[in-house]
Design a protein around this ligand. Sequence first.
Ligand code: ATP
Ligand code: MG
Length: 425
Amino acid sequence: MVSKAIQNVRGFGDVLPAEGPAWQFVEATFRRELERYGYAGIRLPIVEKTELFSRTIGEVTDIVEKEMYTFTDRNGDSLTLRPEGTAGCVRAALQRGLLHNAQPRLWYSGPMFRHERPQKGRYRQFHQVGAEAFGVSGPDIDAELILLSGRILRALGISDLRLELNSLGSSADRGRYRAALIEHFEAHAEALDDDARRRLYSNPLRVLDSKNPAMAPVIAAAPVLSDHLDDESRAHFDSLCRMLDQAGQPYQVNPRLVRGLDYYGGTVFEWISADLGAQGTVLAGGRYDVLVEMIGGRPTPAIGFAAGLERLVSLVEAAGTAPPAPTPHAALVVGDPELQGDTLALAERLRDALPWLHLQMPLGGGSMKSQLRRADRSGAAVALIRGAEEAAADTLTVKYLRDDLDQITVAIGQLPEILSALQTQ
Ligand code: ATP
Ligand code: MG
């Protein structure tokens, strides 16, 4: 046992080999589909200046108020482990000139850090794939991004997901709505929890995002933003809905859907699983037309999403849709310790000749019986046995471990043909 003092930090998990196939399936599916839509990969640092996040996500949000891993480094700078990817992606796109006369589409994948209460589907280190599209203001990019996210989730074989959609309107819309919200919550002050009371004047929209069940009734009775949209916001949203209809993509308009970060405005959406309870949102996104300007750039329309990989992996595991890890085609077993060196060299030649070949060797010696047992446990289809007799005759004995076939002894030169028969299995 690892002594308690050096066990992993709560909420910072290990991904074990048994979970590998589901993780790889999820990551490969995102990558493949994002590339098909023209998104280019970008790799971003996990540490940024604290101010990047406090300025963009908003001072009065869960993330900035209580979830960030912020520390002072040895130079005295305040740094933060990224709690999300959008701010860093926008920082990089602007700082590196990717937004000059261009409409880049970027995607990234990696760990994020939030000091939340660890529970199923909620960790302190978790992983997201994010996609961000810059420079397009119309609802067509909103529709395409939503259809892309739907395609990815379908490809993962997860059912029972619903798409919720809302518009947060323009900042003028939200200004009018704020006033209506404050009025409503003031009239029900006794129903508010401490967070809500504290945020009522600084950030009343955040109150709608509360996860406190006791607040549900007062939130349900609150006025809705859709009643405060101006003509332009309404036309954008209606047009998006029509495009989704035309593409046959079902959705539910949820007038209470808001997002936990301040830079969102206009279209917001979430894909929610019925199977994950309160941690049901697996992919969430929206428009953030003000963000580039907030960090010093020219106004640039933008929209993006982030998907929570732990939640998706658990759904993929439940659905059993990930392809299994590949099993070795063959295990090469050495009958005589004297032959170890040139059998290793033979294995290298086989791997050179057959680039697709998964070939293992139960190294470390041991009797033929114990090596064959390890070969069997590896899942290999055949054991290739090289004993003194085979070595003298330049042959190998092929023992079929999964099929009811007699073992055969073949010349080394015949091996590629014999092994190729296993390639498609
Ligand atoms: P939630 O409402 O569940 O707290 P959020 O609105 O804080 O989510 P976003 O910032 O939109 O989450 O992040 C996008 C996705 O990342 C979420 O929908 C979720 O799937 C995942 N995610 C967010 N926080 C965590 C976490 N602490 N642990 C695991 N996954 C997370
Ligand atoms: Mg959260």
